[in-house]
Design a protein around this ligand. Structure first.
Ligand code: SF4
Length: 68
């Protein structure tokens, strides 16, 4: 799984950080998302999918590898 962030669309809502704190963080300056791990381990995939679903601006895009 690869995480791609549409930085221009992030509205700094922080939902992603609440759901997957091991993968997402927020900038202290403007609250915009920081990806800590753009290629997270299997154990984080469910959290990341939930974060992408909850993101109010759909700023989180996921690329799933079919063979992984
Ligand atoms: S949930 Fe979406 S809008 Fe909110 S900080 Fe994360 S990426 Fe940005």
């Amino acid at each position: 799984m690869d995480i791609i962030i549409e930085e221009d669309t992030c509205v700094a809502a922080g939902q992603c950080v609440m759901v997957a704190p091991a993968v997402f963080d927020q900038s202290e300056e403007d609250g915009s998302v920081i990806v800590l791990d753009a290629n997270p381990p299997e154990s984080e995939h469910e959290n990341v999918r939930e974060a992408a679903m909850l993101c109010p601006s759909a700023a989180i895009r996921l690329q799933e590898q079919l063979d992984a």
